[in-house]
Design a protein around this ligand. Structure first.
Ligand code: ATP
Length: 225
């Protein structure tokens, strides 16, 4: 019997580089990402974390190399239409509709997906916003808005999560909840990318620290130490 081959990675980054304004932001990134994987991206401000997430989302094309999903280039037009349905993107621009209630904000995303809106309530409850379900979103604090974004992730339920600074503004409880939903998502085979400056506990995660792009100059912080 021939030896069993490991399954091909769900996502493969082959020598991915990115230029911005004639400067190299990312150089030769290589990653194999299988179902259930979490990757924590760290690095100084401007090191390219969001840029990499945007490329993973297919929003921008690598200037060299390729990103393959099931062996197909994610930026090729036929593939992108399918690939984008796999993605749940969460960024600092939260796209929360201030005039809608918390519930409507989540249901609206679900309806855009062609779903019936029934997952919104349980997702909001899980994220600890049950008592605010019928409040207008403009009433929410920063951390509550973040929890609302996380409720949207849960309600839409796509396999690949691209999370840019997901724990900013969350309290300790909120961060634990975030860690919990990431763990549960991975148990179902979901893939999670997290770009962060804040500590986050994700069991068996891969980590990628992007190098500082420019030699560091002396800053005020150096002068006061
Ligand atoms: N739309 C753009 N056009 C040109 N350059 C850009 C654009 N967006 C980002 N950049 C540049 O790309 C580099 C990487 O930015 P990016 O936002 O990916 O960094 P980051 O690691 O996410 O930073 P931070 O920790 O501050 O969020 C920066 O030098 C930034 O100025």
């Amino acid at each position: 019997m021939p030896p069993l081959r490991p399954p091909p990675p769900r996502l493969l980054l082959n020598n991915v580089s990115c230029m911005r304004n004639a400067q190299t932001v990312l150089r030769d990134i290589n990653l194999s990402v299988h179902d259930g994987t979490a990757l924590v991206l760290t690095g100084a401000n401007g090191s390219g974390k969001t840029t990499l997430l945007r490329m993973l989302a297919g929003f921008s094309r690598p200037s060299a190399g390729e990103i393959l999903w099931n062996g197909h280039d994610v930026t090729s037009s036929g593939v992108f239409q399918q690939y984008k349905l796999q993605l749940n993107w969460m960024s600092l621009k939260d796209a929360v509709k201030e005039k809608l209630t918390v519930l409507e904000n989540v249901q609206w995303f679900e309806l855009l997906e062609g779903k019936d809106g029934s997952r919104a309530g349980p997702a909001i409850e899980l994220m600890g916003l049950g008592r605010l379900m019928n409040e207008k979103a403009r009433m929410l604090s920063m951390g509550q808005r973040k929890r609302l974004q996380l409720a949207r992730l849960l309600a839409i339920d796509r396999p690949i999560w691209l999370l840019d600074e997901p724990s900013v503004a969350l309290d300790a409880d909120g961060t634990r909840l975030l860690e919990y939903i990431i763990a549960e998502h991975r148990k179902k085979g979901g893939i999670v990318f997290v770009a962060t400056h804040l500590p986050i506990e994700i069991e068996d995660s891969m980590s990628l620290r992007l190098p500082q792009r420019f030699p560091r100059r002396k800053t005020l912080v150096d002068l006061v130490h």
